[in-house]
Design a binder for this molecule. Structure first.
Ligand SMILES: NC(=O)c1ccc[n+]([C@@H]2O[C@H](COP(=O)([O-])OP(=O)(O)OC[C@H]3O[C@@H](n4cnc5c(N)ncnc54)[C@H](OP(=O)(O)O)[C@@H]3O)[C@@H](O)[C@H]2O)c1
Length: 315
């Protein structure tokens, strides 16, 4: 497969930024579709990247964004439902629209971001909707050459996972933790991006679904302890029983920012750990979280303060 250009839907986010950077570093032409020009601003430094402000949920606009592209990458996703953006609309209907629009625009190669644990009978609406998105691509059949990725939780410099806990352990001496025993195998965002970019032109990955996990499994509680150790703090972590965890999630989902919802908690009720080894087709082993996280979390406190100044200054 000869891929020289790709259109990324959901490319302004945490994962999209890494994929765009790695694709541009390989000299690929990247078009990022966004509903919001300011969100795409940090990407504009990339030399072979253009942004298009359009709503990908509108099939006509989406079709125009896909014109003259060799591949489409769908990263659009949400963790919490909002008015106008439900799991069904973002994770199930949008992939269906992308599959159809690719067919019309003649874009055969499609990489699709799902999530580890996606299943029609999954415990959460999030995981069930991710399964529907995967089904939408498979139903497109031979018309598309698709590859589906199912990562465990993803960490990296701009994540909302380890950075959130780093902020919490710096502020609070006691952390009441719902889902403390939930197991993950976190993967570095640069490793995820490496798989996407490698898969683009690799015919062996066509029609395949890959689970992507990091080097080591850990519980949420162990993860928070690791973050605390990196931050040089020793908070007391209180693992909440299920009933209190549900109450905590209920409260959080009604607060601005929705730190955690009951649906997130239901996703965490099953292990988020890959069944097999890291896919050999990508030719590398995933990076350990301990060393990567230590590098970016150590300076996170200082950077967060600078970011506050930047936000204040509108930059
Ligand atoms: N982060 C993780 O730990 C993790 C783990 C497993 C799977 N995933 C999956 O990986 C993908 C990327 O995650 P991320 O962490 O990079 O997310 P993110 O930072 O929140 O970015 C989400 C992207 O989705 C787009 N989007 C959001 N709502 C949309 C809507 N209603 N219609 C169209 N586009 C919409 C946004 O585009 P705009 O520019 O238009 O706002 C944004 O670029 C998601 O599908 C997520 O489910 C993430």
């Amino acid at each position: 497969m000869d891929i020289e250009s790709l259109c990324i839907i959901g490319g302004t986010g945490f994962v999209g930024r890494s994929i765009a950077e790695q694709a541009c570093a390989r000299g690929l032409r990247v078009r990022v579709v966004t509903r919001s020009a300011p969100r795409a601003r940090p990407l504009l430094v990339l030399p072979t990247l253009e942004t298009v402000v359009a709503d990908p949920n509108d099939e006509e606009s989406l079709g125009r964004c896909l014109e003259n592209m060799d591949a489409a990458v769908n990263l659009a996703g949400i963790l919490h439902e909002r008015r106008g953006a439900t799991f069904e609309s973002v994770h199930a209907e949008l992939p269906r629209k992308i599959a159809r629009a690719c067919g019309v625009a003649g874009v055969r190669r499609v990489l699709h971001m799902s999530a580890l644990g996606a299943a029609a009978d999954g415990p959460s609406a999030y995981l069930r909707s991710k399964a529907k998105g995967e089904a939408a691509l498979r139903e497109a059949g031979a018309a598309l050459s698709f590859t589906i990725f199912r990562p465990s939780v993803i960490f990296g410099e701009h994540d909302r996972f380890l950075n959130l806990f780093a902020r919490l352990v710096r502020i609070f001496p006691v952390i009441p933790l719902g889902g403390a025993r939930a197991r993950f195998k976190p993967i570095w965002v640069e490793d995820v991006a490496r798989c996407f970019v490698a898969a683009l032109g690799d015919a062996r990955t066509s029609g395949q679904t890959y689970e992507l996990c990091g080097a080591r499994a850990c519980t949420l509680e162990e993860t928070v302890r690791l973050v605390a150790a990196i931050a040089g703090r020793k908070p007391r972590i209180v693992a909440l029983p299920d009933s209190l965890a549900a109450l905590q999630a209920f409260v959080f989902e009604h607060l601005p920012g929705k730190l955690l919802t009951r649906d997130n908690l239901r996703s965490m009720s099953v292990d988020n750990v890959c069944r097999g080894p890291f896919p050999a087709v990508f030719g590398f082993e995933p990076s350990p979280m301990e060393s990567v996280a230590a590098e970016y979390l150590a300076g996170a406190g200082v950077r967060a303060r600078y970011q506050q100044f930047r936000n204040y200054a509108g930059r």
